[in-house]
Design a binder for this molecule. Sequence first.
Ligand code: NAD
Length: 248
Amino acid sequence: MSEFEGLVAVVTGGASGIGLATARLLAARGAVAVAFDVDTGVGPPLHGVRCDVTDDASVRAAVDAVVERFGRLDVLVNNAGIGAQGDVAANGDDEWRRVLDVNVLGIARVSRAALPHLRRSPAAAIVNTGSIAAWAGLPRRAVYSASKGAVHALTLAMAADHVREGIRVNAVAPGTADTPWVGRLLDAAPDPAAERAALEARQPHGRLVTADEVAGAVAYLAGPLSGSTTGTVLAVDGGMHGLRLRPA
Ligand code: NAD
């Protein structure tokens, strides 16, 4: 498959986990794939550009660098995200701002810088990374869930604003995915192996989602075969949302 041949794709948070798998898949399907991340440790065929999505100057410089070097920008995957634990009272204003700044305002900043270039593309698409947390009522994830609910709503608003410009905007909502992020959470548990087994058992399909499975959904929503799809949030969660299950 080479449906992204000749196109330039930017993936924020592209140096790890879901973002890295996505950048690799888009590159394998022909794109020039650029990982925007605070961590620039990506190897060929990916291109790494240092970008902190909480810093508007950093975002503008990174987008400018891509357009200067590759001449265009066609696909934007707004994937950079961070988490926080606890109920609504557990985190102070600073922690709320820190998470919303990356997960929500980060999308606004990168999209704002990218839109003038996307408007010139005949194949423009934005895919945002939402989460099952926006839908499922996960315990002890108040800030994070609020941020991802905002991502889903923002996806629809952006889709409405840009549909007539030929820019499609969709989101993926992964369930618990086997990425370095989740690995770090498991490693912090007293018995990581038992914690992993318990986590897997809580998934409807009995295992964690893989980063490659999320990447496949992102590539579909970013590519020409979803040319009539905009304003959707695609669950990649082993059935948790579709089956209306709720994790304990
Ligand atoms: P990860 O921690 O493996 O990767 C996230 C990447 O984002 C890292 O490379 C990190 O350096 C980068 N990043 C963080 N802050 C940044 C900033 N300010 N600017 C630029 N880059 C920044 O995480 P992951 O599990 O691959 O998660 C990726 C996305 O998927 C996130 O939006 C997350 O909320 C979402 N998600 C993950 C899961 C899961 O279970 N792993 C489930 C649902 C949604």
